[in-house]
Design a protein around this ligand. Structure first.
Ligand SMILES: NC(=O)c1ccc[n+]([C@@H]2O[C@H](COP(=O)([O-])OP(=O)(O)OC[C@H]3O[C@@H](n4cnc5c(N)ncnc54)[C@H](OP(=O)(O)O)[C@@H]3O)[C@@H](O)[C@H]2O)c1
Length: 204
């Protein structure tokens, strides 16, 4: 897949490395001059993968948004025609909503004709860089109204090494998925368990 990553910090930078390893064509839609974080990422993935946001989006059929949630209002102005493209929202707007929207997913669903899915928001970026615990892949979760976007997100989660990508439901479950992310943050940070923890659904 040709994937544009908008927001290449902890989350976007980790997923970029994973997807390149899996054989995808990754372009970073960056702000110039490049930030320290992006200069460091460039030493790992190559400077030739960095483009201005508009160009990265134009060249790719899949777009990951991994910025602070409020940045979506500026990014929307640069998206252009994204009809039929898949946009994956990895942000968490629980602390700061991109008003007047509750989440970035809702802003994208309202303002674009893209296939939108919420995914890659429910665990720490370290778990995205390495989703294996005792050689077993932890779970990723996704929500949204587009089956096509969910198929893409699922494939990209499995390509990172997640054990499965569980469907949390349609767009009415997007905010619940952000609260689920807050549950991970609560255990890892507020309750002091540390960031090397993860969720997995068990069956019997
Ligand atoms: N950290 C986690 O473990 C984690 C896990 C799940 C979800 N999330 C969510 O993922 C999102 C990103 O978190 P993060 O920790 O990866 O943040 P981060 O390391 O601070 O990275 C943010 C990225 O967004 C870019 N950015 C900011 N404003 C932009 C704009 N207007 N246009 C284009 N790019 C812009 C930054 O570019 P510059 O470098 O040029 O400033 C940077 O690359 C947040 O919504 C967060 O809630 C985080």
């Amino acid at each position: 897949m040709n994937i544009a990553i908008i927001g290449s910090g902890n989350v976007g930078g980790s997923l970029a490395q994973q997807w390149i390893k899996a054989g995808h064509n990754v372009l970073i839609g960056a702000q110039f001059p490049l930030s320290e974080k992006n200069i460091s990422l460039a030493t790992k993935i190559g400077e030739d993968r960095f483009a201005v946001v508009e160009n990265a989006i134009k060249q790719c059929e899949v777009i990951l948004i991994a910025t602070p949630p409020e940045a979506i209002l500026k990014i929307l102005e640069k998206l252009g025609d994204v009809t039929g493209k898949t946009i994956i929202d990895a942000t968490n707007a629980i602390m700061k909503a991109p008003e007047p929207y509750q989440t970035v997913y809702h802003a994208l669903a309202d303002k674009t004709n893209a296939e939108v899915v919420k995914c890659f928001n429910t665990t720490g970026f370290e778990n995205m860089l390495n989703p294996l615990y005792q050689d077993e892949g932890i779970d990723m979760f996704m929500a949204g109204d587009s089956d096509k976007a969910k198929e893409v997100a699922k494939k990209l989660a499995l390509d990172c090494g997640f054990g499965s990508c569980i469907d949390f439901g349609k767009s009415d479950k997007v905010e619940l998925l952000e609260k689920f992310a807050l549950s991970w943050i609560n255990l890892a940070i507020m309750q002091g368990m540390g960031r090397n923890i993860a969720f997995k659904v068990l069956h019997r």
